[in-house]
Design a binder for this molecule. Structure first.
Ligand code: MTE
Ligand code: MO
Length: 251
């Protein structure tokens, strides 16, 4: 850590803020981009502390990657609500008409097929899925780096977050641009060398391996680049945060 960033950390008072996040401190934090969207609630000061510390110290840190021999023999897929008729029709057609819609604060909004996504790049990683309830598994994921998609549509300078949504579930979430541009954040379409199975989020699932698995939303069909999370749900940045979990779920 550089002296400058240590000084910024201490100088902003964020480290000492756990119990005392006042409006002055919040505005300093905001100026440094250190205030998460769910900072307002009971756990707000703690969330701010954790997010600020990670953002200052671990911007480029990598999620742990594992050797191939450690891939779980029986990965566990979380139970899902029943699929819509629309989703079932896509599945029956092998997702040929599945599209990822990319909009918001971008220069060239796009609607991308899986083939177009595949053509934009492939990044593989053997990482762990960590559920907040305590279970986990290791798998190999491959897909298009989210950074490749964002670079191709052109993110406008005022953008701060990428929101990802799924028409088929009410699960949605968002990450800041640092996390979105991180090399391990991928739009995965492959798992353990095969097309991503539907129970694990096929045809397209975001993998955010530096954070808990609830951030890794399945069946992604829409990305919205935005400077504010206010227009989404209750404004806390994700369905999970609206339900009381932390928006920033870094381990
Ligand atoms: N669309 C959607 N994505 C989701 C979920 C979900 O219910 N629906 N569950 C989340 C939670 S809480 C976890 S722990 C992981 C589980 O991933 P797995 O099914 O690959 O085990 O998916 C996350 N992504
Ligand atoms: Mo979970």
């Amino acid at each position: 850590m550089s002296t400058l960033s240590r000084r910024a950390l201490i100088g902003s008072g964020v480290v000492a803020a756990a119990g005392v996040v006042g409006s002055g401190l919040l505005s300093v934090g905001r100026a440094f981009g250190l205030i998460p969207p769910d900072s307002g609630g009971f756990y707000g000061p703690g969330e701010t502390l954790s997010y600020a510390a990670h953002r200052l110290l671990g911007r480029n840190a990598l999620a742990r990657e594992f050797p191939r021999a450690m891939i779980s023999a029986k990965p566990f897929a979380n139970e899902l609500s029943p699929f819509s008729e629309n989703f079932k029709a896509h599945e029956a057609a092998n997702f040929a008409a599945w599209r990822l819609d990319v909009s918001g604060l971008v220069r060239s909004p796009a609607t991308l097929s899986l083939a177009e996504l595949r053509a934009m790049g492939k990044e593989s990683q053997i990482t762990e899925v960590n559920c907040e309830e305590g279970w986990n598994y290791i798998a190999e994921w491959a897909g298009t780096p989210l950074s490749a998609v964002l670079n191709s549509v052109g993110v406008k300078p005022e953008a701060k977050y990428v929101v990802y949504l799924s028409e088929d579930t009410n699960w949605w979430d968002s990450i800041d641009l640092d996390e979105a541009m991180h090399p391990q954040t991928v739009l995965a379409w492959e798992m353990n060398g095969s097309a991503l199975p539907v129970p694990f989020g096929g045809p397209l699932r975001i993998r955010v391996p530096r954070q808990l698995a609830y951030k890794s939303v399945k069946f992604i069909d829409r990305l919205v680049v935005t400077d504010s999370l206010r227009g989404f749900g209750k404004g806390k940045g994700s369905a999970s945060a609206d339900a009381g979990y932390a928006w920033y779920a870094g381990a």
